[in-house]
Design a protein around this ligand. Sequence first.
Ligand SMILES: [Zn+2]
Ligand SMILES: [Zn+2]
Ligand SMILES: [Zn+2]
Ligand SMILES: [Zn+2]
Length: 256
Amino acid sequence: MSSVGKMCIYCQKPIAIDDRVSLCDRCYAPHHDECWERNGRCSTFRCTGVPRTMEGGDLQAILRVELQRSLEYPVDCPFCANTVYAGEVQGKRKHADKDHPIGHGLLFVGQQKPNSHNDWFGKKFLSKMLGNRSVFLPGATIRSRSCGKCKRLFIWGVAVDEIFIQKLSEENLEHWCPHCSVVLLAGYIEMRKDQDGGAKFTCNDIPNFRKDWFGHNVIDRYFANSWHLLIPNLPAHYCSTCQYTEVAGHPIYRFL
Ligand SMILES: [Zn+2]
Ligand SMILES: [Zn+2]
Ligand SMILES: [Zn+2]
Ligand SMILES: [Zn+2]
């Protein structure tokens, strides 16, 4: 049975072409049908999505369309009821070195968790070599939404706040590269303002913070259309072979 390059987020095993798949309609996490059944709900923290079933072979094409659509929500912030804007999360490096070219992109910081129980030699070696290294991913960006008032981030329609991130970082499952079949390095995307390359959110359109004022187009477009998010980092996984990178199990860089 050949894999479709996606893992079930419940059992962490690959999804094959002829598997029956339950795709969450809210966060787009794929599950084996029987895994969804066993868990009784979507495995993503706080997600209240319902399953949409399909053949494993159709998953990638459906995902592409659905992820596109999910970027349109939410329109109003479920936390503070203000406007949520569509945009991108991206950083900018001002200083270059071997692993960090100048320019726009995202900074991945490796942070391998020690796990003395099931460490195999290769993994130990890898994490020693690359585990605490940071890499700049040129051009990488995360299409997302953010509330102009409370500055919360929404990716794939799901709120990515402190509690969500806490849940993601507690998870100690292995993630595999769907392209190279190696274990992905655990780490995070740097979001802190004082770090070179730390990512912030930029609106696609002009926000309307000063909509009552005649000069709002100019001010809001050029001076208020991007902001730093409240979260200091975004847990991520990175393939040191091909640079495939994912956040919460969804690819954000290379082979989207
Ligand atoms: Zn499964
Ligand atoms: Zn879900
Ligand atoms: Zn809000
Ligand atoms: Zn890879």
